[in-house]
Design a binder for this molecule. Structure first.
Ligand code: TYD
Ligand code: MG
Length: 452
């Protein structure tokens, strides 16, 4: 008998190798290689492609009228680029337990309320367990169908027969094809299943949402392995201890990426957060040093958030620096700028920077907020609570322009802020808004002189 051919796959990024390696050359993760048999089983019938194989002229392609349809969640529609695109394949990734199944079951509820035929295929929960979840969420109409199945061939048959408009696959790591001998959740199984769903989505005109668990260290293949195969990649993230969840677009063939949708996990499932700024600022302390409101743009939407810093004398030779919700290296760099340009003796201090609410933001426009929070804590002086700031800080301490200044100012005014510190170059007539005073600054020194 011929020896079965095996290949080692990185379960994190799908990198292939003929032999086992400790560290993946692709994604630099350790211990992620798993041996998989790649041979197709004998007698496994090759599936006929559904798509026709004859080329067509671009002008001859007919456009269908109804381009997109709503998911019933405006926040999800925004992340998808304005609604669900028919016949698209959408990957929803996230840590286990973050709420992917809940979100998609609620999408099913909203779609079925619009009389759209939906099929929810679960490989993780029994029908009874789904029903328990559904009862928490609310009432459902009769156009939602459920199926507990993990065998790709059976699912293939069901989809061809029933032709629902929307299908949810929960999760891709539980699906398996009999043509491949490796176990469900391995890179080859996950890839095979995704390719099969892509064919079904395009061939039958079904929109398919695939759930993919983000995995720690290579037990099952993570969603990164299939990111390049699908049309849209969304990540559902959030702090397990906080109630809010953020849905982030990472790849979108039909719209912009980096849009976010904000949700809150409640007793009865997920609820949309219509005004994230208000939500993020809800716990801001009054008259506290080291706290300032900054503005970040996520996609097309400005979000105000509180930047907190705690600077205190270090007890050890090497000061401690941590940053939660933003890049630690960036914080270190900004502290070096302050040390050099403002002669602050920060090298003797521990510093902790935190974006309140557990949200992760890395926009350079937050620089000015981080810098002012650090100085405010260092000098033990409070910053006016009706003031917001934004601007990128350069290595010479200069405050540089950032995009979409007007939107940020309007968002600040909407939430009742009266002063805005911004880069001087953004001080032009078109940015002038009634009810909010704009203070343009060229560098960090000027900003400090103006407000502290
Ligand atoms: P779930 O959707 O099962 O996560 P995933 O599919 O991403 O693994 O979410 C499970 C968590 O959500 C669980 O910790 C309980 C919580 N939850 C609520 O707080 N309220 C609800 O109404 C539901 C259905 C779940
Ligand atoms: Mg789940």
């Amino acid at each position: 008998m011929a020896k079965a051919k095996t290949i080692y796959f990185c379960q994190e990024c799908g990198h292939e190798s003929a032999k086992w390696m400790g560290q993946c050359p692709g994604c630099k993760q350790w211990n992620t290689f798993v041996e998989e048999t790649v041979e197709r089983r004998k007698g496994a019938a090759e599936k006929k492609p559904i798509l026709g194989a004859s080329p067509v002229i671009l002008a001859d392609i007919e456009m269908k009228r109804e381009e997109r349809f709503t998911s019933g969640f405006p926040e999800l529609d925004r992340v998808l680029g304005g609604g669900i695109v028919p016949a698209s394949l959408v990957l929803v990734g996230g840590d286990p337990g973050i709420g992917k199944s809940t979100l998609l079951l609620q999408v099913c509820q909203k779609l079925s309320a619009q009389q759209i035929q939906v099929l929810y295929i679960s490989g993780e929960e029994s029908l009874q367990q789904i029903k328990i979840r559904a009862q928490r969420i609310g009432s459902f109409t009769d156009s939602l169908f459920l199926l507990c199945e993990t065998n790709l061939d059976i699912i293939d048959g069901v989809l061809r027969k029933e032709k629902p408009q929307v299908v949810i696959i929960d999760s891709i790591q539980t699906m398996y094809s009999e043509n491949i001998s490796s176990s469900p959740g391995s890179v080859s199984q996950v890839r095979e299943a995704t390719a099969a769903f892509m064919q079904l989505a395009k061939g039958l005109g079904i929109t398919i949402f695939i759930v993919g668990h983000v995995t720690k260290e290579g037990v099952v293949a993570g969603p990164r392995v299939l990111e390049h195969m699908v049309d849209t990649v969304l990540y559902f993230e959030g702090d397990r201890h906080a109630a809010y969840r953020i849905l982030r677009g990472v790849k979108n063939r039909f719209g912009s990426t980096n849009e976010i949708g904000v949700f809150e996990m409640r007793e009865q499932g997920l609820a949309e957060v219509k005004n994230p700024s208000e939500y993020m600022l809800s716990g801001k302390p009054k008259d506290a040093s080291g706290s300032v409101v900054a503005c970040s743009i996520e996609g097309t939407r400005p979000i105000l958030l509180e930047v907190q810093a705690l600077v205190c004398r270090s007890n050890f030779g090497i000061p401690r620096r941590t940053a939660d919700g933003t890049d630690t290296n960036r914080v270190n760099l900004l502290m070096a700028v302050l040390e050099k340009r403002l002669n602050l003796r920060l090298s003797e201090c521990d510093a902790y920077v935190n974006i309140a609410g557990g949200i992760k933001m890395n926009e350079p426009a937050l620089d000015l907020g981080i810098v002012l929070a650090i100085i405010s804590s260092y000098k033990e002086r409070c910053i006016d609570e009706k003031m917001i700031c934004f601007g990128e800080v350069g290595l010479s301490g200069e405050v540089r322009a950032v995009h979409m200044a007007k939107q940020r100012i309007l968002e600040a005014r909407k939430l009742g802020f009266t002063t805005c510190i911004l880069p001087k170059v953004s001080l032009d007539a078109q940015n002038n808004v009634d009810g909010i005073t704009l203070l343009g600054v060229e560098n960090v020194q000027q900003a400090v002189r103006k407000i502290l």
